[in-house]
Every structure is written in structure tokens, then in C-alpha cells.
Design a protein around this ligand. Structure first.
Ligand SMILES: *Cc1c(COP(=O)(O)O)cnc(C)c1O
Length: 235
């Protein structure tokens, strides 16, 4: 049963919190349901799970239409500007913003729906060529620029996808660096009401335990809950 997987992950998170002297309530587990059928989501929903993460707009739109409206949908994948309009009305948080232009589009769509949309800045901490995200040097400038000019966008923190490594310990410095960056940005923006750096979205199946030890407040776990993904049916 999926809920047993979910609970096992949750237990690991709670134990990591204890080791790091953190409160378990400060860490939200997002069940990453991309490519997985709606029945899987319903099964967890009925056991009380509300936070789900998706990467593909069409899939997210379909699941949103079909499933209970109190689900908190996190858009965790790379987002094209022309797709923002399909999720702006209901998305809980957009995790991977790495350009001012994307934030501008989010602002425009947020205004249309008369809401403020929480976003995270995606940081490519390890500077991998294959990944999206701004550098640690660029992140503070991007936060500032967004916060000064886009009032319907709430900069809620930082997000990263750490490198794929055999030993999750190897990602500890990456998580530590993102946390420090978040603290620094928060200190620079204490009187800016469009910045609230409370969220640190880091850690996936392979490395979420280390991420929690290093301060993650949102972990995005797919495989450990739903099993391996099958992409062969995607167009
Ligand atoms: C797919 C995905 C995840 C979940 O990855 P798992 O290794 O299956 O836990 C987390 N974050 C992002 C951005 C993803 O695209």
C-alpha cells in the first residue's frame, strides 16, 4: 500500500528532525505524483495526504480537474512562460523560477486571478550544465528584482535539485550552501514584504534525509512513495 511507503518516508523525516534538533511540523513531505495515475493520488488523499508535486502542465491540469479541490498542488518542474496561465488560478507554489521574465508572467496571471502566488527561486548550487536554475551569485539579485517590482509574486524561499550521487552524504555541502544562501537573502530583505524566505525545497528520494538534517522545509519525494516511474507512454 502506498500509504505504508509514505509513512516510512515520513518516519525517516521525523527521525532526521530529531537528530537535527528540529520540529517535525517544520517539514512538509510533498508526494511527487508525476506520471502516476489518479488512483494513486486518491489512495493517499483518503489517508490524509494533501501535498502533491507535479512536473507537466497538461497532466497537472487534468488531475486538478478530476481530484478533490483541497489538494495542494506544487508545480515542481521547469515551467514555460506560456503555460503559467493553466495553473495560476489554483497552484499552491511554483518551485522552479529562475528568470525574471517567468516571474513577470506569474505576476500577470496572479493579477488576473486576484491572488498572490508563492514562488521559489531555483538555484543550481552545484553549477551542473544540464540543470536549470540561477547561480548562488545571481540568486540575491533575482530575488531583489522580483520583490521590488512584482507585488503579486511572493518570494517564499529557494529550491534546488542536487546532483545524482551514489552516496547522499556527497550532497550535504550542496544543501548546506543553499540554506546559508537563504539566510543571507533573508537578512538582506527583512523589511521587504514581498520576500519571506521561510521555505527551503530540497531533497528527493535519494537524499531527502540529508536534506532534512540540513534544514529542508519541503522535501519532494516520488520514487520512494510510488515506485519507479514509467515514461514510455508519454508523447
Ligand atoms: C521527479 C522529481 C522529484 C522526485 O524525484 P524522486 O527521485 O522520484 O523522489 C523531485 N523534484 C523534482 C524537481 C522532480 O522533477
Amino acid at each position: 500500500m502506498l500509504i505504508d511507503n509514505y509513512k516510512a518516508v515520513r518516519k525517516n523525516i521525523d527521525e532526521a528532525c530529531a537528530r537535527a534538533d528540529r520540529s517535525p511540523e517544520d517539514v512538509t513531505l510533498i508526494a511527487v505524483s508525476k506520471t502516476k495515475p489518479e488512483e494513486n493520488i486518491e489512495e493517499l488523499y483518503h489517508a490524509g495526504v494533501r501535498d502533491f508535486g507535479e512536473n507537466y502542465i497538461q497532466e497537472l491540469r487534468q488531475k486538478y480537474d478530476d481530484l478533490p479541490k483541497d489538494i495542494r498542488w506544487h508545480m515542481i518542474g521547469h515551467l514555460q512562460r506560456n503555460k503559467v496561465k493553466y495553473i495560476a488560478e489554483y497552484v499552491t507554489m511554483i518551485h522552479a523560477v529562475d528568470t525574471y521574465e517567468l516571474a513577470q508572467t506569474i505576476e500577470k496571471e496572479a493579477v488576473k486571478h486576484n491572488r498572490r502566488i508563492p514562488i521559489l527561486i531555483e538555484v543550481n548550487v552545484a553549477e551542473e550544465d544540464t540543470k536549470f536554475g540561477v547561480s548562488c551569485q545571481e540568486a540575491p539579485k533575482l530575488v531583489k528584482r522580483i520583490a521590488e517590482s512584482l507585488p503579486h509574486v511572493l518570494v517564499s524561499g529557494l529550491m534546488t535539485s542536487a546532483p545524482f550521487v551514489q552516496d547522499p552524504e556527497d550532497n550535504r555541502p550542496v544543501f548546506r550552501k543553499l540554506r546559508q544562501l537563504s539566510v543571507d537573502i533573508n537578512n538582506e530583505n527583512t523589511d521587504n514584504e514581498n520576500v519571506d524566505m521561510k521555505t527551503l525545497s530540497m531533497g528527493m528520494t535519494n537524499d531527502y534525509i540529508v536534506a532534512v538534517e540540513e534544514g529542508a522545509t519541503l522535501v519532494r519525494v516520488g520514487t520512494a512513495i510510488f515506485g519507479a516511474r514509467d515514461y514510455s507512454h508519454r508523447q
